[in-house]
Design a protein around this ligand. Structure first.
Ligand SMILES: [Zn+2]
Length: 322
C-alpha cells in the first residue's frame, strides 16, 4: 500500500531530475537569505550557478549540530520569524540548545511524509494510532499524529500513562499502531507478564520505533514478545521529528524520502563522498524545507545506501544501518 504512489515509485531518473531542480532552488534560497550559507559559499567563491546539480554538492561544506547550536534560535532562518508557523526546540542538553523552525508549507510536507511512512507500516483508516513514550513528552508526536489524522486513522493522544496503565489503554481502545521506544515496549511486556497478562493478546498490529544503533536485535526481541511487525522509522529532533525515512513491510532498510532529502554517504574522518553501497556516515540536504533549509547536514548515523529494487515496489533508495 502507498500513500503517494506516484512519488514513492517514481523512476530513478525522474527522481534525479526532481532533486537537481529542487537543489538549485534551495541553493539560491540559502545564498540569498541565509547569512551562514552565503558567507560559506562566498568564502569558497561559490555562487548558485556553480552548483548545477547534486554532483556539485561536494563543493559545499557540511552543516553540523554545532552550527545549529551556534545559530540558536533564529540564526539560520531564511525568513522573518513572522513567517514561521511552528518551532521545535531541543532542550535536552544545556550546552547545545538547538531549534528547528517550520513554515506552514513545511508542516504540510511533514504531514505528507509521515502519512507515507505510516501507510508503509500498515496504518490505514481503520487503525487506532497512539504515541506511547513512557509518560514523557514527545516532540515527534506532532508530525506522527498529523500524518495519522491525514489517513483518517483514529488518533489517541494519551502520553501520560506508564506501565500497566499503558497496556490497559492499548487494550481498552483497541490500539493497532503505536510509536514508541524499544526499551519502553520491552519493559511493558515484562510488567504485563508480572501481572499475568500476555503481550500477544494486545490488539497491536504494528509497533513503530525510531532507528538506533544495534536496533535490529531489540526489534527482533519486541517482535517475539508481541508477535507483531516492528517497523523502524527515522527522524531527528534537530532536523525533522520523524519522517525522513522508514521501513516497508519487507523490513530490509529504510526507504529515504528522497524527494525532500537528498542523501549522501561520506567517509566520516576525511569527509569524502562515497559511492552507493559503501559504508559511512549519512549526510542529508533538505530539498524542500523553507524556513530552515539544511545543506549537507551530518547525521552521525552510520550505514550505506542500497538503490536495488525493493519487492514492495518503492523506488526510493534504502538506507541500511551498520
Ligand atoms: Zn520496500
Amino acid at each position: 500500500m502507498f500513500w503517494n504512489q506516484q512519488v514513492e515509485t517514481l523512476p530513478r531518473t525522474d527522481m534525479a531530475t526532481w532533486q537537481n531542480h529542487k537543489l538549485n532552488k534551495v541553493i539560491e534560497r540559502v545564498y540569498e537569505k541565509s547569512l551562514l550559507y552565503s558567507r560559506r559559499m562566498e568564502d569558497r567563491d561559490l555562487q548558485p550557478a556553480k552548483i548545477k546539480g547534486v554532483e556539485d554538492l561536494v563543493k559545499l561544506p557540511f552543516t553540523t549540530r554545532q552550527d545549529l547550536a551556534d545559530n540558536y534560535p533564529y540564526g539560520m532562518l531564511t525568513m522573518p520569524v513572522s513567517g514561521v508557523a511552528y518551532i521545535h526546540s531541543n532542550q535536552s542538553s544545556k550546552t547545545t540548545l538547538t531549534s528547528m523552525s517550520y513554515t506552514n508549507n513545511d508542516l504540510v510536507m511533514w504531514t505528507e511524509l509521515m502519512s507515507r511512512l505510516l501507510v508503509a507500516g500498515g496504518v490505514n483508516q481503520t487503525s487506532v494510532f497512539q504515541v506511547a513514550m513512557n509518560g514523557k513528552s514527545c516532540p515527534e508526536s506532532f508530525g506522527l499524529y498529523n500524518g495519522a489524522r491525514q489517513l483518517n486513522a483514529t488518533v489517541l493522544p494519551i502520553t501520560g500513562e506508564e506501565g500497566i496503565k499503558q497496556a490497559k489503554v492499548l487494550q481498552d481502545f483497541g490500539v493497532t499502531g503505536v510509536f514508541t521506544t524499544p526499551e519502553y515496549m520491552l519493559k511493558l511486556s515484562q510488567e504485563m507478564r508480572e501481572k499475568g497478562m500476555e503481550p500477544t493478546e494486545l490488539p497491536l498490529q504494528t509497533i513503530f520505533c525510531n532507528i538506533q544503533p544495534g536496533g535490529e536485535m531489540v526489534c527482533e526481541k519486541i517482535q517475539k514478545e508481541y508477535q507483531v511487525q516492528v517497523v523502524e522509522i527515522y527522524g531527528m529532533d534537530d532536523v525533522f521529528g520523524m519522517g525522513i525515512g522508514g521501513e516497508c513491510h519487507y523490513l530490509d532498510g529504510l526507504h529515504l524520502q528522497e524527494d525532500c532529502f537528498y542523501p549522501e554517504i561520506i567517509e566520516p574522518l576525511s569527509g569524502e563522498a562515497l559511492p552507493v553501497g559503501e559504508r559511512g556516515e549519512l549526510v542529508l540536504t533538505s530539498l524542500t524545507l523553507e524556513a530552515m533549509p539544511l545543506i549537507r547536514y551530518r547525521t552521525g548515523i552510520q550505514g550505506y545506501l542500497d538503490d536495488g529494487k525493493c519487492p514492495c515496489g518503492r523506488t526510493l533508495i534504502r538506507f541500511k544501518k551498520g
